[in-house]
Every structure is written in structure tokens, then in C-alpha cells.
Design a protein around this ligand. Sequence first.
Ligand SMILES: Cc1cc2nc3c(=O)[nH]c(=O)nc-3n(C[C@H](O)[C@H](O)[C@H](O)COP(=O)(O)OP(=O)(O)OC[C@H]3O[C@@H](n4cnc5c(N)ncnc54)[C@H](O)[C@@H]3O)c2cc1C
Ligand code: SF4
Length: 487
Amino acid sequence: MGKITGFKEYKRKEFDYAPVSERIKHYNEFITPLDKKEITNQAARCMDCGVPFCHSNYGCPVANIIPRFNDLIYRGKWEAAFRTLMSTNNFPEFTGRICPAPCEGACVLGINDDPVNIKSIEYTIIEKAYKKGWMKPLIPKNRTGKKVAIVGSGPAGLSAAAQLNKAGHSITVYERDKRIGGLLRYGIPNFKLEKKRVIQRRVEIMKQEGIEFFTEAHIGVDIPVKKLQEKHDVVILCGGASLPRDLPIPNRDANNIHFAMEFLSQSNSRVEGESFAKADEILATDKHVVVIGGGDTGSDCVGNSIRQGAKSIMQIELMPKAPLERDDSMPWPLYPRIFKMSSSQQEGCEMDFNVLSKSFIKDENGNVSGINCVKIKWGAKGFDEIEGSDFVLKADLVLLAMGFLGPEQTGMIEELKLETDQRSNIKTTGFATSQKGIFAAGDMRRGQSLVVWAINEGRECAREVDAYLTGGFSVLNSKDGSLYKKI
Ligand SMILES: Cc1cc2nc3c(=O)[nH]c(=O)nc-3n(C[C@H](O)[C@H](O)[C@H](O)COP(=O)(O)OP(=O)(O)OC[C@H]3O[C@@H](n4cnc5c(N)ncnc54)[C@H](O)[C@@H]3O)c2cc1C
Ligand code: SF4
């Protein structure tokens, strides 16, 4: 432990955000990281707990060795901190930017003070490593001759690819989209995670490590999974859970009502230089936008709508507003589901809770022009409408951000006749599906979740696939990338 009294001396400090008036003019990230002295103070707040809950099942899903890298930073040993971080997390540059940080929710210091600022520390370590040139491709010295196909290039597919490649297997990633990254690339906005600077930087390293990527390869639709099986010893399905929840109320067929992901993926693609035919364009410019769904996906729609120049933005949610502080339903060390305005919501949107959308209003041209809503009251058996509380929301673009139902059932699942669970996710024993040699990981297996969980799924699945291929676990020499023993 670096400084015994650190947690008493220093207050938690966050990264600064650029002022709203400036940041809404562009789609780039807008944080100002803490300087070296300040981040060292933040690391010094760590108490090196006897039982570090940050690192436990309640905390970090990839079990980052948080007290160790905090201590190393306090002592100025940044390269060692980087190696510690990379030993458990393949992509700290993603989680350091967009993880909701369950580790901080479980931090012991959080019981009676602000938790350690673990996410910012993670961000600082990995960005320093790139700057200093410590982040180098780890090219395996030996190849096992085993071939693995990974379908889907989201965080689950990428972490499985990185791990199995380190173990010496030959990896090919097949992606149906034009660019690599899954929801990191097409869902999460550029202003939270820059695509070219951050995602492509990592993809280039993975290519140098020997991983092959094929884009615009829609497996189970344009290319049967059977074809991959002929060429590979194992196929891992990491296709995500992209089936959106719909809102089948009257006039749902009006124009300009879209699923959030249709809007977000266009917006992200536009930032990367793609353009769309006028008839296909979904733009918030000069529109009254209503986002239905109060979660993070909805909030991403808000941030993009603001940058596109929406006239007004309203975000509505069926559920009540979450409490502002932990209550008895979420005691420490559980993740605190408290209300916190996202940076996008702070940029300028109205929000309303306990709102039920009853029907869309369609104008004479078939376009949506509003939503008939009513306020509701929640009770033990669900909700009741509040009499006389009906109101109309003006809307000429409606974005449905009400969550996801599970993976697409057509294509790969259908072709392979895979068993699914009650929530329609691929059913597995460990990570093995009901078909021999076919594994599944990420949202496709556990349902819509978090990037850090997807990374964990990819890593754990890779361990199992490695054992399946070799009859033991490969251990990598992290200094030179050689594979030096099997246990
Ligand atoms: C809008 C939005 C914002 C989010 N923001 C955050 C956040 O801030 N922080 C966070 O932790 N989590 C966030 N999440 C959740 C997180 O992005 C997901 O949990 C995570 O990306 C899941 O990873 P995955 O690899 O399992 O799947 P995905 O990232 O969904 O990747 C699946 C990939 O498989 C490809 N694919 C699917 N089927 C096929 C096929 N048949 N052939 C070839 N390729 C195929 C898809 O094109 C896609 O690229 C967000 C989710 C959404 C929708
Ligand atoms: S729980 Fe918090 S204070 Fe304790 S070791 Fe982890 S980061 Fe440090």
C-alpha cells in the first residue's frame, strides 16, 4: 500500500468535461484527463483492503488486480501497473472510457466516502502505455496448427480472438458489418469512444499479432456456418443480442419512428465518413425528437440528436426515476442503480418518468407528429394509469430505446439448430453449445450486458476452447509472447 493516510488526505477528483457549448459542436471525446500528480493522489486513496471488494465477484467482472496497480502508480512504477492491468483485461482503453465501473460500486472506501476513481486510473495507465510504446503486438512464437473461426467482432469476439491467438492458435474473425468492433463501433457514440483513434488502433495491433479479419461476411446468411466448420477446428459465435424491443401501439407504422440502433449506427458511420441516400437517412436536424427509454442507449440517442441540431429533445421512461442515493434495495457492495444525469442528458434534454406511450399520432403524409401519453403510478401488481393525466408530446422523430430481446434467431442459430434458453440466448454448458465444436460467448450467450462482461466472456470462452483443442491450458510468457507450458 502506497500511502497509508491517502484516503484521508485526498478527495476523489473526476476528469473534466469540455463545456457543453463547445463539445456539442463535434463528435470527438471531450474529457480532460487528470495530470500525473493528481492521478497519483487518486491512486493513493486506495486502502489496499484485506478483502478488496473492487476485485471480487461484486466488483470487476474481469477481476482486475486493482489494489496492485493503484499501489504501483503511487510508487511511480507505471510500466508495471500497465502489465498488471493487461494481465486481466484485454482492452482497458475501452473499459477506461465507457465502463459503468462496478468495481467502484463495490469499493470499500465507498461505504463512507467517495470510492477510489478506478476507471480514470485505468484510462490513464493504458493511454500512457500507448504513448510510451509499451503497448506492442505480442506475436506468438509457436503456432499450434489449430484453427478457430470467431463470428462477430464486438468485445466478446475480440477478447476471445486475442486470448486464443496468444495461445498459438490461428484465428480468423468474421464480421458482417463494414468495420470491426460491434457495438463499440456502431452503438456507443464517437464522443464517448473514438472509433479511428481508439478502436482501430487496437485492431491494427491485433492484425500485427496475426489475427485475420474478414468484414462484410454475414455468417449463417451469405456464408453457411458449415463452411466455417470445414476450415476450422472450432467456431465461436459472438454475434451479440441485437433484436430490439418494439412498441406495438396504434400508428406504429408512421414514418420517422426508428429503433435506436438504426439511428446510432448511421450516426457513428457518418462520423467515420460514410454517407447515406437521402431516403434512408435518419437525422434529428431541426426535428422535435422523442426518445422512448430512459437508459444508456436512449442517452446516446440524446447526445447524437443534440449534435445533429435537433429543435427539442424529450426522453421518456415507463419506470420511476431511480433514487439519488443507495437505498435498502441496493446495499454496498451491490452496484448502485442510482439516478445520475449522463453527460448527454446534461447537454440539453428534458426527461420525464412514469410515462406510458398509448399511441403515435400520424399526419396526412404518414409521418409521425406526436405521441399520446399518460402518466402512470406503480404499485405492487404493476402500474395504473392516472386518470386525467393524458398529454400529447410533439414529435417528428421517435427513437425506440427500450432494450433488447436477445440474439437474432434466424441465420446461425437456425442453421445449426442450436438450443436456446428461456430468454432466447444460446444455451451453453460452460461456453459449449449443443453442437460439438461450436462455442458461444458475449451478449449472444448472456443477453445484453456490458462491454466488460463481454470481455470476460471472450476470455473465459477462450480458456475453454484452448482446453478443448489441446487437452490442457496454454500459458503465455507475457514478456516475449512465447508459449512455454501446458498445465
Ligand atoms: C447503444 C448502446 C450503448 C452501449 N453503451 C455501453 C457502455 O457505455 N458501456 C458498456 O459497458 N456497455 C454498453 N453497451 C452494451 C455493450 O455494448 C454490449 O454488452 C457489448 O458490446 C456486447 O459485446 P458482444 O461482443 O457480445 O456483442 P456486440 O458488441 O453486439 O458484437 C456482435 C458483433 O457480431 C456481429 N454479428 C452478428 N451476427 C453476425 C453474423 N451472423 N455474421 C457475422 N457477424 C455477425 C455484429 O455485426 C456485431 O459486430 C451498450 C449497448 C448499446 C446498444
Ligand atoms: S476496494 Fe477500493 S480501497 Fe479497497 S483495494 Fe479496492 S480500490 Fe482500494
